[in-house]
Design a protein around this ligand. Structure first.
Ligand code: AQP
Length: 327
């Protein structure tokens, strides 16, 4: 089977709909056709200030949401990044392969460092760790959202550079960024991507939101001038975003949905979408809570995942260490 790898940061109690549609739903689909490795990125989560108790809790909650959303530990290897030491070990070599210019050009670094009073070195070197997260497993394909495109490009460049300098070592992976769902936008500000670090949580739908707040958020989503329900991200970013969400939660093409709403008002679309969101996310929320009742079981799944990940990652790491001349 071809291999795939991806991860999600443990930076909040609940993943949001952008993570779910842009990443997690793809993860679930690819576990059928790939040797799949999915991790909870707890090491990336400490590039900005964090609380240890929260991080521990969020790591387990993120794992529970992976499984609740449909990842099957029998099909996918699910693990926690910090339980596989080869990630930071390879990262050091890749940091030494990356130039300062490349790292500081990353838009995520520029955005996040502008928001921080104290900018950690880890925020700058983050993309080298992300390259290590990926290259250790030699995947053919990495499913991510649009915001990770630049990091994936760097990962490919680092793989090629290392291969050129030290001989064929890494598979150069392709980013799998689905055009239709790669960027889910903030419901209150459809010019910005839906994100964990939003000023107004009203614009972000959390997977673990209850029915009442889900409905409220969707009903108060910002729509556009005019009345017609049409998919036009330039002229109608708000409505188009709702249509994208509708389409991915129902697996129906956007055009079909638009046809259904001919002559109807924005309000109709919102009422229906709120119902659909409640129906699709309630089981994920309930299953997450159930899984969190048995933390020993969850930890056992993660330990088994880490054991499998370590086996593969260590082989790549040993090869790299040998090639760079570490005795
Ligand atoms: N709005 C989005 N639409 C589509 N995909 C998205 N992803 C994130 N936001 C959207 C994808 O989710 C995966 C995990 O991303 P992450 O762990 O890097 O989460 P994040 O980027 O930290 O999430 P946020 O919400 O964007 O947090 P902040 O604002 O704190 O950085 C990735 O594949 C990502 O593309």
């Amino acid at each position: 089977l071809p291999r795939t790898v991806s991860g999600i940061q443990a930076t909040s109690d609940s993943l949001h709909l952008g993570n779910f549609i842009g990443a997690l739903q793809q993860f679930v689909a690819h576990q059928e056709s790939h040797d799949a490795f999915y991790f909870i990125a707890n090491m990336h989560a400490i590039t900005v200030e964090q609380d240890p108790t929260d991080l521990r809790e969020r790591t387990l909650r993120t794992a529970a949401q992976f499984i609740a959303a449909g990842l099957d530990p029998e099909k996918s290897t699910i693990f926690v990044q910090s339980q596989v030491p080869a990630h930071p070990q390879l990262s050091w070599v890749l940091e030494c392969t990356t130039s300062m210019g490349e790292a500081s050009r990353m838009t995520q670094f520029k955005d996040k460092s502008a928001k921080q009073e104290h900018v950690s070195l880890g925020l700058l070197t983050y993309p080298a760790l992300m390259a290590a997260d990926i290259l250790l497993y030699n995947p053919q394909m990495v499913p991510v959202g649009e915001d990770q495109r630049q990091h994936l490009e760097l990962t490919r460049n680092l793989a090629e550079r290392f291969n050129y300098r030290f001989g064929e070592t890494f598979v150069v992976p392709e980013a799998q960024i689905l055009k239709a769902t790669a960027k889910i936008y903030d419901l209150q500000n459809p010019g910005a991507k839906m994100s964990k670090s939003l000023p107004s949580p009203q614009g972000r739908i959390d997977l673990l939101d209850d029915a009442k707040s889900l409905t409220k958020k969707i009903k108060s989503a910002v729509t556009d001038d005019g009345k017609e329900i049409a998919y036009d991200p330039q002229a109608k970013p708000g409505v188009s975003n709702l249509l994208t969400i509708y389409s991915s939660l129902t697996s129906r093409p956007v055009d079909d949905i638009v046809a259904d709403y001919e002559g109807k008002m924005y309000g109709h679309l919102k009422v229906d979408l709120a119902e659909i969101a409640v129906e699709s996310l309630a089981p994920v929320r309930e299953r997450t809570e159930e899984l969190l009742q048995d933390r020993a079981q969850l930890q056992a799944i993660l330990d088994a995942g880490a054991a499998k990940a370590n086996e593969i990652a260590e082989v790549t790491l040993r090869d790299v260490y040998d090639k760079v001349g570490f005795v």
